[in-house]
Design a protein around this ligand. Sequence first.
Ligand code: C5P
Length: 287
Amino acid sequence: MSIQEKAYAKINISLDVSGKRPDGYHEMIMPMQTVSLCDTLTIRREGEGIRARSNLRYVPGDERNLAVRAAKRYLEAIGEEGQGLRIELDKRIPVGAGMGGGSADAAAALRALNRAYGDRLSREELTALAAEIGSDVAFCLVGGTMLATGRGENLQPIAPLPPCHIAIVKPSFSISTPELFNKLDRAPIRIHPDTTGLIEAMEQGDLQGVCRRLYNVFEDVDDRRMRSIRQIKGELLDGGALGAVMTGTGSAVFGLFEDAEAAARCCAKLKKEYGFAFVAESVGTLL
Ligand code: C5P
């Protein structure tokens, strides 16, 4: 057995936090979109235990890797826990970027294994397993365009992003998700995004209306790295983006362009300056 699966990154078109839950997690309100930037997973039946190997040296090969954890949970769920697996990860999604790289790998492992084992788990069972592995894994499993609420695991389909080109830029620094949530808790959130208006604009195919409503509450936390984020957003807008916002807890920022050439030009310039830039397109449902 050798199976391949693409692990697509996500962006948060906007991101709102409506409160903190008794379990320590936060209540999220996030219109999310799958994008064409992706890792590639190859899974083989081999040896004992489950291990991953990646083109990036600092990506762990043991259970700290979400794809390994997902594969282990999947085999347990179908009663095949004795099976050895090797997962090869060709990583292109930057790590610590807010693009759900680790979650996308876990979700891709679940899709690939379920296919290889003859769809032994239903869509509902697979989604429940995904949500246990991490808050963004359920979205990465199903993909497309969804309003994610709760921890991020409650998904409701919404209209896709109007046709546009998505220039994604990541500065050299990364941001830790728990660290930024902690900082968010230290002060009340003063401004919330207009999620309803954003979803309506998407339904109407109104890219300008979408771009006016791009907003991420994490950009307002007291963290000096947000100055760099604002700088990158400014450069995307100067380069012709109709709107720009940070995705998830950063540090990647994306800008939406109507014009493909402007997106490519801006991306080439920002890649020299920041190290990572990529023009992505929207991707539809994966499962
Ligand atoms: O669920 P996951 O392991 O991906 O979450 C990583 C961390 O992000 C959590 O430990 C928590 O600090 C934070 N988080 C949160 N509320 C969410 C999702 C994540 O506080 N809805």
